[in-house]
Write a protein that binds this ligand. Sequence first.
Ligand SMILES: Nc1ncnc2c1ncn2[C@@H]1O[C@H](COP(=O)(O)OP(=O)(O)OP(=O)(O)O)[C@@H](O)[C@H]1O
Length: 632
Amino acid sequence: MQDTADAPEDEALRFGLQGEGHDANAGRMTTLGMAKRLPELVLEIMRLAWQVDRAGSAALLACQVVSAVLGAAGLLATNRTIVALISSGHITAKLWHAAPAVAVIATAAGLRALLGIAITALSARLSPMLTRQTQVMLLDAATNTELAAYDLPGYNDRWDLAEGGTQRVAELIGECQNLIAATASLVSAEIVLALVHPLLLPLTLAAAVPQAIAAIRAARVSYEAVIATAGPRRVMNFLRWFLVDKWQADQVRTDGIAPYLLAKYREHGNQVDAAEHAAVRRAARISVLGAATAGLASFVVWAALALLLSAGRIGIGSAGTAVFALRAASTSLQGIVGYGAQLYRNGLYLDHWSGFVREASAMRLNRGTAVPDRPTVVAARKVSFQYPASDGETLHDIDLEIRRGEIVALIGHNGSGKSTLMRLLSGLYLPTGGAVEWDGRDTRDLDPRAMWQHVAVVPQEYARWPLTARENIHLGRTRPDDGDEAVLRAAAASGADEVIAGLRNGLGTLLAREFFGGVALSSGQWQRLAVARGIYRQGGLLILDEPTSALDPQAEHTIFMGLRHSAATSATILVTHNLFNASIADRIVVLDAGRIAQEGTFAELSTTAGIFKHLLDLQNDRPVPRMRAASD
Ligand SMILES: Nc1ncnc2c1ncn2[C@@H]1O[C@H](COP(=O)(O)OP(=O)(O)OP(=O)(O)O)[C@@H](O)[C@H]1O
């Protein structure tokens, strides 16, 4: 019995979000850090906006500037109105005197309202374009990386975060606009205040500091809570998917696992609630303190204004103007602090996006430029390979050649490295030692996209593209001279023709999950299409990784009988655990723990002591149970 005291703890789902720079992000959320970061962030967003819609971005900026100028003009006109109204003389004369300034106030207010509408409309137009642009940039970066990027620790988590960042873009645009508008209003109000009395300018700015600090602290608390709960929230997303997705729905029922997983869901939900409640309480305490200090600071400003007035430093007209300007400045400052804190927080999510785009760009497919021909010989020369997150090598010292027209079967225990070797031969991975060569040229020197034009792979986990049956076979590589003929020929070679014949609209039938309006196929039917796809490509290197695992014996027979024909012009590698299927290969290579253990024909290996013979004997060892034999 195992000693439970020494037993390691069971592992649980966890995600690599914490401690990956996010704590440092939160640490930088200070007043100074924010003052430095916000202008950069605004510029970054404006640069992005400029890329997608120059006219719209320029119009938006122009509207903001004109609105600010009108704001200042309105405030100055307020000053002139007050001076005119409190001057000595008959009321009618005073009103006439004030009329032009009143007209300026009214016009400025009307125009600012119109500009406000234009700003809202322009922002609404820009937001979706910008969101899409960031998403396209992300997809472009992610789909052009080396496949090995997916094996880097935390890569998928960073992808998720980056995708989350793109969903914040619309908010960022709004916050950016509001921040610019508030800053423009503040500048105009402060100019007016400085004209009334220079002391009022630093005083109003200093009064905003406590409120700014409080708003940033509150935003930081909320960001920290988001980061702290990211792990459990992602586990919850994962569990939700497992509980309701169709692929497990039958087992959720027969295994009765729902209550067990739901309990785990609640447990993680409670962790999230506890962290968020604590954050809300902390943020509220900080906000109360901030509001109290802000009240005190504004009392000081008003007191200073009263003192200036009573000391005769400013006139009653200027004091009236200052009242309006102070209100405008205070509203603007609140806006800057509030929107600034939100913008800063959302900017951290945008950083996830830009960080991922940078990381993916550094991993971009950037190999040689030599364009290979259809290969005659594909070879591994002393190849070794280690996955980035792995402790040791998966493949060691592999020497192997496959020639055009030859079928080589790869056999070996689970985890012996067969799929990894195929990804190396097809150029999906580059070896960490030795070289893979196509007609003597190192795959590192070849243009990978040009290489893949000559590769046809039927993987174990075949894609089920949400496209028509026709598209699922030609994948956009149509042959205009051959029309559907080539597609149907490939379908006939894999038994997919029977599947297509039964579809409501033949080759034109959409194959997708029902909720996308498509027809759902069985696993074996999908696999027939995947094999047809591989045959249709007529690749110089044809790789079949367990191509018949989900097929009935008839479909399997069709494929293996047709394989000789499609293999005539390709170097073909077949990975299979069904050793009888390996008998169609010219040569069999047996992998054991990442090394080539045996190589030979079926006849040679099935009669020589070794792994192959051992596995073959096991496959043949299906004795009829004794009880049944007795009763027969
Ligand atoms: N992305 C990865 N990162 C780290 N290790 C990996 C990765 N993919 C596979 N491995 C490890 O490499 C070894 C070989 O895996 P591979 O998939 O090549 O084996 P296989 O022979 O194709 O197995 P099977 O017969 O089960 O399909 C395994 O030990 C596996 O755990």
